[in-house]
Design a protein around this ligand. Structure first.
Ligand SMILES: Cc1cc2nc3c(=O)[nH]c(=O)nc-3n(C[C@H](O)[C@H](O)[C@H](O)COP(=O)(O)OP(=O)(O)OC[C@H]3O[C@@H](n4cnc5c(N)ncnc54)[C@H](O)[C@@H]3O)c2cc1C
Length: 468
């Protein structure tokens, strides 16, 4: 655990005193509240093909075809190689033309502003909200000079502008990857320095404000780059505050502590009255519960509002391989069931907090897992959390688990779809990584395929017999 979060103390944690020691140790059981406007249980089985009523015939066919392809592990596991080979064989233009109406249209909003606007309006008509994501992928060894990060900043600022200026939805949100703005190698170095040095949030906020700060342990060049990176993040904070909620992605454990440090500093600066900057918590990590509790404590200590994106986590295989290679303990929970338990328990903590202070705490339940969604909906009802209050919302990736997203949206819950946009070339690496990260979800998407087929059959029947 890194020093800045460790430094917080329980005695300032007023909320924990209110809810009692049980909260600090574990969880307040949710009961004793009157059920408010419960959702019909049948809907929460997500078995109703009418969720797809608003989709066009072609969209149903396309989704069925894409999910069929994604059900073959060999295709998903090797999609990067397959795409490169096909691109080399067909040439860039033909390859783009083949991909565009199919995989690209399923998972990407479009390239030009008018294409993106058309996708967003369609989404709006389905009751879904877009959460724009600039598809920038950086990992170790992939980063280049300062100009690249400045270009990324320009793309992110454009994303803030697009999310805000178009009336696509209430409470617009976007995703932000810090490694698109600060060199990932330096995030790794900062992470290891955090084990030895304590940087408090004010120190980082000062650097964001443009003060010349020296981070102990960094060379002069590295220090300059970190300051420039913090300045870029500051510009995004300034552009988005009071307009667009910025959800910072969590990445690998070897850099997350540095990412969290700067995210918390952004929260301290920009989240005084509401949560404009949110952090992501990966529940597949054994330490995720501690990290959430630390964040809650820090937000109380330092008087800022906390926004949480709760996910299971995308980098399991690589994390495990690295841990084996370095002879470390596996940072990931030992099984999917343990990860589920961790997810649901963190969800419960956050919902308890929100039921008491909905203006200070916010959560996006970012999952395709029906059981977690059901739990969130049930607990919200039990705790009397308003569906449209804006403190709890749901998130899924564009093109995935629409049966869950659409059912929730039809019941009045705010549902965001994470929406990448850009050219085929720009979005390809993003798509490949998302496909590989979500291959368990993609391969288990049988239920969505069944529902799509049922809806197709219903429409065909209707056409043939004229009966509704
Ligand atoms: C809007 C949105 C934003 C996201 N942002 C991020 C982000 O910033 N960072 C990030 O890391 N992820 C992020 N994710 C999550 C990620 O991309 C996957 O979507 C997610 O992990 C899949 O989990 P699930 O809850 O949807 O599905 P489920 O099928 O319920 O769970 C699958 C997940 O469970 C975990 N798991 C699977 N097998 C095991 C096992 N044997 N042991 C332990 N755990 C296991 C893995 O995390 C796996 O991805 C985001 C997801 C969404 C929808």
């Amino acid at each position: 655990m890194y020093s800045v979060l460790r430094s917080t103390t329980l005695h300032h944690f007023r909320f924990l005193r209110v809810t009692g020691a049980r909260m600090a140790r574990g969880f307040m059981p949710i009961r004793g509240h009157e059920l408010r406007d419960p959702i019909p249980p049948a809907l929460l089985t997500f078995k109703d093909p009418r969720a797809f009523q608003a989709k066009s015939f072609w969209e149903l066919i396309r989704a069925l075809g894409v999910f069929r392809l994604c059900s073959y592990p060999v295709l998903v596991n090797n999609c990067d190689k397959l795409m490169s080979l096909t691109r080399a064989a067909l040439g860039k233009r033909v390859f783009a033309a083949v991909l565009r109406p199919f995989v690209y249209a399923q998972f990407v909003a479009g390239e030009t502003e008018s294409e993106i606007a058309a996708s967003m309006e369609k989404m709006n008509s389905l009751g879904l909200r877009p959460m724009l994501a600039v598809p920038i992928e950086e990992d170790l060894g992939e980063s280049s000079g300062e100009k690249r990060y400045d270009d990324n900043l320009a793309a992110m600022l454009e994303c803030v502008c697009m999310s805000h200026s178009n009336a696509w939805c209430k409470d617009p949100m976007m995703q932000l990857k810090i490694t698109a703005l600060i060199n990932p190698e330096l995030c790794v170095k900062l992470t290891s320095l955090l084990k030895k040095h304590h940087y408090d949030l004010d120190f980082v906020v000062k650097a964001m404000d443009g003060e010349f700060i020296t981070f102990p342990g960094l060379s002069e060049t590295e220090n300059t780059h970190v300051l420039l990176g913090l300045n870029r993040l500051n510009r995004i904070g300034e552009a988005s505050v009071n307009k667009v909620r910025v959800l910072v992605d969590a990445e690998y454990t070897y850099m997350n502590p540095a990412l969290s440090l700067v995210t918390m500093a952004m929260m301290k600066k920009f989240n005084r009255d509401s949560a404009w900057i949110w952090n992501t918590y990966q529940c597949y990590l054994k330490e995720s519960r501690d990290l959430i509790f630390d964040a809650i404590r820090l937000s109380v200590d330092q008087s800022f509002c906390l926004g949480v994106k709760l996910v299971r986590g995308a980098y399991m295989d690589k994390e495990r391989k690295l841990a084996i290679k370095e002879g470390r303990d596996d940072p990931i929970h030992q099984s999917w069931e343990h990860t589920n338990d961790s997810y649901n328990r963190s969800l419960e903590v956050m919902l308890n907090l929100i039921s008491q202070q909905p203006d200070r705490y916010k959560i996006i339940v970012a999952t395709h897992n029906e059981e977690s969604v059901r739990k969130a909906v049930t607990w919200m009802t039990e705790l009397g959390i308003a569906r449209e209050g804006g403190s709890v919302c749901f998130g899924q990736l564009l093109g995935m688990c629409d049966h869950v997203s659409l059912t929730l949206a039809q019941q009045g819950f705010p549902v965001y779809k994470s929406v990448p946009y850009g050219s085929v070339d720009d979005t390809l690496p993003y798509l490949v990584r998302r496909a590989q990260e979500n291959r368990t979800v993609l391969q288990g998407i049988r239920k969505e395929r069944d529902l799509l087929r049922q809806e197709l059959r219903r429409r065909l029947r209707e056409k043939i017999t004229g009966a509704k």
